[in-house]
Write a protein that binds this ligand. Structure first.
Ligand code: ZN
Length: 315
């Protein structure tokens, strides 16, 4: 079955139960094999094309991080490579700091936006997953410096997996925002509903999607978003698959929804157009052979996984 490339396939054991153990984390960080990746304004430093024999992520040793004057003590613990025992960490700094670190000019390039890397499809799933984990965590830290309860300063705890308010003691944990993304199928199972948003590239159609609201379950969110965006009433909802989407820290929950009505009534604030597409047309869009040049998202997107399932015979 088709797998989206931003899935949670990873080579590291996250060891979530050991993050609290400061001595263990320190020992991992100071061991000779410890590996550090650098995020500059949340963009990963990767290897240049000529240096990619050992993977695409540029892993730094502890001595490199110290030489560059980057804040080793702020390392976010990503996990341990069970084959080598090496601890892996992310150091998140501003791009200005990364570029101006002494001796960094050669080491700190290229710095590439993770979304672009995902779109290009050049990184294997394990590396993308790891960079996604690091980026989502770094994005949460950037916005969580003050306590949402009292406004006090928060301090990093548990190797980057918690922040605690210095003033009131409130603990804050990294957040993940759930988003429903749904392929809606008509009653006969012959057609699916795809939409085009103003922000999409020309002629691209994709599944509808929206954030789950407080107090809502997944099924309700699928029905509400589909009704609001396209005016279609959905009955049964089935779970399909999920995908982390670290922009900044979402979890896409892929569903199949079975429509009870067919008349489309779009909300122009949300989408420009929604249409029912026959299976044969969707197949051509997937293959990039549609006569009108219509197309669907690429390998990086869970939308493509949903659309592929429909072409392969859902429901
Ligand atoms: Zn507080």
């Amino acid at each position: 079955m088709f797998k989206p490339t931003l899935g949670a396939t990873t080579l590291l054991d996250r060891q979530s139960l050991r993050r609290k153990d400061d001595a263990y984390i320190k020992q991992l960080m100071e061991a000779p094999g410890a590996q550090f990746l650098v995020l500059a304004d949340q963009k990963p430093v990767i290897r240049s094309n000529a240096e990619r024999t050992e993977g695409n992520i540029r892993w730094f040793a502890k001595a490199d991080i110290e030489r560059l004057g980057l804040p080793l003590e702020e390392g976010l613990f990503l996990g341990v490579d069970l084959a080598t025992g090496a601890g892996h960490f992310a150091i998140a700094v501003t791009e200005h700091r990364a570029r101006h670190a002494p001796g960094s000019l050669e080491l700190m390039r290229p710095i590439v936006d993770l979304r672009s890397l995902a779109m290009q499809g050049v990184l294997p799933p394990e590396e993308l997953s790891l960079l996604g984990q690091a980026k989502a965590l770094a994005a949460w830290h950037e916005k969580s410096r003050c306590c949402g309860h009292c406004g006090g300063t928060t301090l990093v705890k548990d190797a980057g997996w918690k922040r605690k308010c210095w003033a009131c003691g409130q603990e804050h944990f990294p957040r993940t925002d759930p988003v429903v993304i749904m392929l809606i199928v008509d009653r006969e199972g012959d057609r699916c509903l795809l939409g085009h948003e103003a922000r999409f590239m020309e002629k691209m159609y994709s599944t509808l999607a929206g954030f789950i609201e407080p107090g809502e379950d997944i099924e309700h969110a699928v029905r509400r978003e589909t009704k609001e965006e396209a005016g279609i009433v959905v009955g049964e909802v089935r779970f399909h698959s999920t995908q982390p989407w670290p922009f900044p820290h979402s979890l896409m929950i892929g569903c199949i929804g079975f429509a009870e009505t067919t008349e489309i009534d779009i909300d122009p604030e949300e989408i420009q157009e929604a249409r029912w597409f026959k299976r044969g047309d969707v197949k051509l869009m997937l293959e990039g052979r549609h006569p009108d040049g219509l197309w669907v998202p690429g390998q990086q997107a869970i939308a493509r996984s949903l659309i592929t399932s429909f072409v392969e015979g859902l429901p």
